[in-house]
Each structure stands twice: as structure tokens, then as C-alpha cells.
Design a protein around this ligand. Structure first.
Ligand SMILES: Nc1ncnc2c1ncn2[C@@H]1O[C@H](COP(=O)(O)OP(=O)(O)OP(=O)(O)O)[C@@H](O)[C@H]1O
Ligand SMILES: [Mg+2]
Length: 456
């Protein structure tokens, strides 16, 4: 028979010449390219040199039995996926079970029926072809997805600069005294639409980075208590505006090796949702470390999520159409959050009853860092927002809200916050804000924190 590229190649291994010859004869007649070998050792050498599409393997053979041959084939990258059909006179159930345990796909009892052997060989070859097609299709889909993510990431990056200019100039226009009153609302609209678009682009960029495998986890020694408290504080201003009771309960007794940037992002997303979707009541954050796992929990008394929708909300661009929250955000926060957590080998779960609030629970395996528990973190009293004091005459909650608004480039909110105090310092900050000198404002905030630190 002339062997073609597509002719399935079979390897038959049996130490009884009569069996070997018979199998070779019947399978060759079916136009398979057959190689027949009398020992396990020869079979291994042949399979590694030129992997066949299927192997028919006898069990009882001298020196090396079929189980051992199969085990070695399954342990090698080159031959791991080849279907192995055991063909043996052993009749005990245990023998058959063992054949499957070592990786066989089927078992044919001797003496065999020719038709049965042919039917099983045909079926397993078909299954192998389908499996190969499936894995090629999967690989192609993954490649295409990767290309899409890289494309999105570079486009998003390119869009950010011009968009920042649009937002910037809209803001300059909006604050220009000469601007006619009727042009003020549309100018502000350009600005707020630009800001909305910028958030979308930043989130898409994050998502594409994660999907294209570009998101790195950078481990550092992290004081998780301080981090959780700091992020909770960022939302104190918003919580106060909605009269929500915001509290933070942290009880870690050690620092952890973690990625502070990613932990921050997870908490920011969960907390911003909790505040956004809660009209009355409370939002509470819990953090502890047990048996090698960091447990974070963000709980609210908001609208809640029905059981059917609990899996949906983790998919990109999914937003539940609930008034009055329609059209707030873009529906990427939770999908990014879950991807980050999965990337850190962690898990996120949700307990919720519709109308009674949500409890998002995050569990991430992290190593403790060998640094003594610092006194420093006790400065912000755990879970007690009232204890947060005044820094440089400005409440810490206000400073945190300003820091958040500046970091996100939310110009309208920056102006609102600065308008709370009428003094020279605020005039200066507003001037910087008008020039987009956001780094200067952040430095000013950092300095305020430093001054407070020194005066303690
Ligand atoms: N704490 C919560 N309470 C009630 N519903 C929630 C809560 N968190 C999320 N959801 C629902 O899940 C949806 C998806 O949340 P996700 O954070 O992904 O998007 P978003 O907050 O709408 O927009 P984005 O985060 O991109 O600004 C929300 O639109 C909301 O319907
Ligand atoms: Mg969100």
C-alpha cells in the first residue's frame, strides 16, 4: 500500500507472532499504514521516533508489559495524546480497570472478533481527528483573541492622548469668563462625555491587557490593613453625600506579599459599586488573613442582585437595567475585577438577596511577609471613620475625595471640592486644576499628609 500523508498510521504491539500477523493483515486490508512490533521496548522506540495515530497494545508481554509501555507513552509529550487500545486475554475486572487507569481509551478481549477490532479502531481514529480539529480551532481562536486584545490595547493607548486634549480644552473653554452663557452647558457636556469615554478606554485597555496576558502581577510587601483603610477613606466623601454608614474592619496581623496596585483596583471597583448601588443603609468592608488566604468582603444594603443575574454581572458590558442606576458606568468593573482575582489564583463569590443588598467575597492565596506589625497602621483607627482627623485644617475625607477626583481626572468634581473652602490655597489649587497641573495637586495632597505625620 502506498502511504499517503492522510493515511492513519497504526502501531500494533504483541509478543505472540500469530496475533501480530493476524492483526497486521486485517488492518492493512483496511488501508491503514500498519507497523507491527513484538515487544514493548521496540514499540516505545518506534512511537517516540515517529508517533502513530493509534496503538493496539497487548498487556502480557515479557520484560515490559503493556501497562508499563502505556505509562511511558503517556508521560512523554510526543506520544501523550495517542489513543491506546489494550487488546488482551486477561479477563479480570481489575486488569481492565488498570488499563484505563494507566491511560488506555478502550479494551478489547482476546480472542477478538475482527469486526469489533475494526469498528473500535475506526471510532477512536475518528475521535482523535475530531479532537485534533477541536484543539486546532481552540488554538486559532486563542490566537485571534490575542491579536484582538493587542489591537485594542494599542488603539486605546493612541486614543487617550487626543482625548485628554479634548477634555482639557473643553475645561479651559468652560472656565473662560468670555464664554457666552448659552455655550457653557454644551461645553460642559463635551467635557463630561470626554471623561466618560476616557473611563471606558482605560477599562478596555485594562481588559485587553489582562486578556493578552500582558498584565503582570508585581509582588511587594503590602500593609493590607492600611491599604484597605485608605481605599475605604477615598469613598468616605461619597458615602457622606448619600448618608451611608461606611465602615472598615481589618484584622490582619501580618504584612503580605501581594500586588498593591491590583488589590487597590479590586477594592476600588467593589467599593465604588457598593456605594453607587446603595441608596440607604450601610457599606462595610472586611479584611482578614487566615490559613494562607487573604479574605476581603464588601457588603452593602443596596438593591441586591437576583440569583439568575449573579453570574451575568461578571461578564463584560453587563449592566442590570435598574432605575435610577441605568447608564451609570459601562459594565466593565466586575469583569476586570474577576479577571484580576483569577490571575492571582483567587476567587470571587457573591451572596445576595434582591432588595436586601450584596456581599462580595474575595479569597486570594498570599504569602505572609516577614515584617513586624508596625505601630504605624494603628494611626487610622480600625473601622472608625469618626476618628479620622483633620489634616492642615482639611478633613481627611475631603482630601481623599480630592485625591480620587484628581487621579481620575474628574475636573467637575475637583472644582466642586475646591469650592468648599474659600481661601488662597484653594484659588491656587483651582488655577493648577485649570492648567491640568494635576501632578502638582497630588504633590500638595502628599505634602499635607507629610505635615500631619510630622506634627503627630
Ligand atoms: N453592589 C452592587 N449592588 C447591586 N448591583 C450591583 C452591585 N455591583 C454590581 N452590580 C450590578 O452589576 C453590574 C455590573 O457591575 P460593573 O461594576 O461590572 O459595572 P458598572 O459599575 O455598571 O460600570 P463600571 O464598573 O464599568 O463603571 C452593574 O451595572 C449593576 O447592575
Ligand atoms: Mg462598577
Amino acid at each position: 500500500m502506498i502511504e499517503q500523508e492522510t493515511t492513519p498510521r497504526l502501531l500494533i504491539v504483541d509478543d505472540t507472532p500469530a496475533n501480530l500477523n493476524l492483526l497486521e493483515e486485517i488492518l492493512s486490508k483496511e488501508n491503514y499504514a500498519v507497523r507491527a512490533l513484538p515487544s514493548g521496548k521496540l514499540a516505545l522506540r518506534a512511537a517516540f521516533a515517529k508517533p502513530p495515530d493509534l496503538i493496539l497494545l497487548d498487556i502480557k508481554m515479557p520484560n515490559m508489559d503493556g501497562y508499563e509501555v502505556c505509562t511511558q507513552l503517556k508521560a512523554d509529550e510526543r506520544t501523550r495524546d495517542i489513543p491506546i487500545l489494550f487488546i488482551s486475554a486477561l479477563q479480570e475486572v481489575d486488569d481492565k480497570v488498570r488499563a484505563f487507569e494507566v491511560g488506555g481509551v478502550d479494551y478489547i478481549s482476546k480472542p477478538f472478533q475482527v469486526e469489533e477490532v475494526l469498528a473500535r479502531v475506526r471510532t477512536h481514529l475518528q475521535m482523535r481527528t475530531l479532537q485534533q480539529k477541536l484543539s486546532t480551532a481552540k488554538q486559532q481562536a486563542e490566537n485571534a483573541n490575542h491579536i484582538k486584545s493587542v489591537f485594542l490595547a494599542s488603539v486605546s493607548n493612541e486614543l487617550r492622548d487626543p482625548l485628554n486634549s479634548i477634555i482639557g480644552f473643553a475645561q479651559v473653554l468652560a472656565s473662560a469668563e468670555q464664554l457666552p452663557a448659552d455655550l457653557r452647558p454644551p461645553t460642559q457636556h463635551i467635557q463630561s462625555s470626554g471623561e466618560h469615554l476616557l473611563t471606558l478606554i482605560n477599562n478596555v485597555l485594562d481588559l485587553s491587557k489582562i486578556e493578552s496576558g500582558e498584565m503582570e502581577i508585581v509582588l511587594d510587601t503590602v500593609d493590607v490593613n492600611a491599604l484597605v483603610q485608605e481605599i475605604t477613606t477615598i469613598f468616605a466623601w461619597q458615602a457622606e453625600q448619600k448618608s451611608l454608614a461606611l465602615s472598615c474592619h481589618t484584622s490582619l496581623q501580618t504584612y503580605l506579599y501581594a500586588d498593591p496596585k491590583r488589590l487597590r483596583q479590586v477594592l476600588l471597583n467593589l467599593l465604588s459599586n457598593a456605594i453607587k448601588f446603595t441608596a440607604t443603609g450601610h457599606v462595610s468592608v472586611y479584611a482578614d488573613y487566615q490559613d494562607g488566604y487573604l479574605n476581603l468582603c464588601v457588603e452593602d444594603s443596596g438593591q441586591g442582585i437576583s440569583t439568575e443575574q449573579q453570574q451575568e454581572i461578571f461578564k463584560p458590558f453587563t449592566q442590570l437595567n435598574v432605575d435610577p442606576y441605568k447608564n451609570q458606568g459601562i459594565g466593565l468593573g466586575l469583569s476586570i475585577t474577576r479577571k484580576i482575582i483569577t490571575h492571582m489564583n483567587g476567587d470571587i463569590g457573591l451572596n445576595s438577596d434582591l432588595g436586601k443588598g450584596c456581599r462580595f467575597q474575595v479569597k486570594i492565596p498570599l504569602e505572609p511577609a516577614n515584617i513586624p506589625y508596625s505601630k504605624g497602621i494603628e494611626k487610622l483607627a480600625v473601622g472608625d471613620m469618626q476618628a479620622i482627623s483633620v489634616i492642615n485644617n482639611y478633613p481627611l475625607v475631603w482630601l481623599a475625595a480630592l485625591e480620587q477626583a484628581v487621579s481620575l481626572g474628574e475636573s467637575e468634581q475637583i472644582t466642586d471640592l475646591l469650592a468648599h473652602y474659600d481661601n488662597e490655597e484653594m484659588t491656587q489649587l483651582q488655577a493648577w486644576a485649570n492648567q491640568y497641573a494635576y501632578q502638582r495637586i497630588l504633590k500638595w495632597i502628599a505634602q499635607a499628609h507629610l505635615n500631619a505625620e510630622h506634627s503627630r
